[in-house]
Design a protein around this ligand. Structure first.
Ligand SMILES: [Ca+2]
Ligand SMILES: [Ca+2]
Length: 220
């Protein structure tokens, strides 16, 4: 029974450029399972923990930060962003993005299907904070591709956009003179980020373009 507690976590052995932050250290007398249990029961927004078997120090963390330091081993709750699998976890002002960049060329439907096959969706950028987090990350890490599908679609062709996760569109980030609805006589119903010269702003684009990279998001 006690072993079950640790199956709720996956182990990160080495994570380059990301280390746990916003930590609370407690001393546990009964070992690593007590530490994991503390994370699971904590009111503190615990995402995982490190454990020192010599000192029995149990350090819970609620954030990650960018760092050149490496932590050799820690445990992350499996219902959190799976950062060991190429996902990037961004957070600011209480908002989170757990995203993965895909450089395969797909049309919008194929891209969304590829995301959902992993339990994800094309990314929802429904706030200015999320937009800025993504922008800052892509600029800092020079993740460039010119065009990216995001999870915004004019599903019924009436120019009423919806996010893939069902969110209404209360925030927008259209590029100048967008959306322009058609191109070469065809309806444009799927949205791309254009970058870097267009500052990652939105453009409605023809859904059947099949040479577009895309960003999936895991919501948790
Ligand atoms: Ca349209
Ligand atoms: Ca357009």
């Amino acid at each position: 029974m006690r072993m079950d507690l640790l199956t709720n976590y996956f182990i990160v052995h080495i994570l380059i450029n990301r280390i746990p932050s916003n930590t609370v250290t407690i001393t546990t007398k009964r070992g690593i399972l007590q530490c994991s249990n503390s994370c699971g029961q904590s009111l503190y927004r615990c995402k995982g923990f490190t454990y020192n078997s010599t000192t029995k120090d149990c350090t819970l963390f609620s954030e990650f930060k960018i760092s050149t330091a490496r932590v050799t081993k820690f445990w992350v709750k499996i219902d959190q962003c799976p950062i060991v699998d190429g996902y990037i976890h961004l957070n600011d002002k209480g908002e989170n993005l757990c995203i993965k960049f895909y450089f395969g060329s797909k049309n919008w439907i194929e891209a969304q299907d590829d995301c959902t096959s992993r339990g994800d969706q094309l990314v929802t950028l429904n706030t200015e904070i999320k937009t800025k987090m993504l922008y800052d990350y892509m600029i800092t890490e020079t993740v460039y591709s010119q065009k990216w599908w995001i999870g915004l679609k004019d599903e019924d062709g009436t120019n009423t956009y919806k996010w893939s996760d069902g969110s209404d569109v209360n925030y927008s980030n259209w590029n100048d003179s967008q959306p322009d609805f058609t191109y070469a006589g065809k309806d444009d119903d799927c949205v791309i980020l254009e970058e870097p010269t267009s500052l990652f702003k939105w453009n409605d684009f023809n859904c059947i373009h099949n040479s577009i990279t895309y960003i999936c998001e895991r919501q948790y």
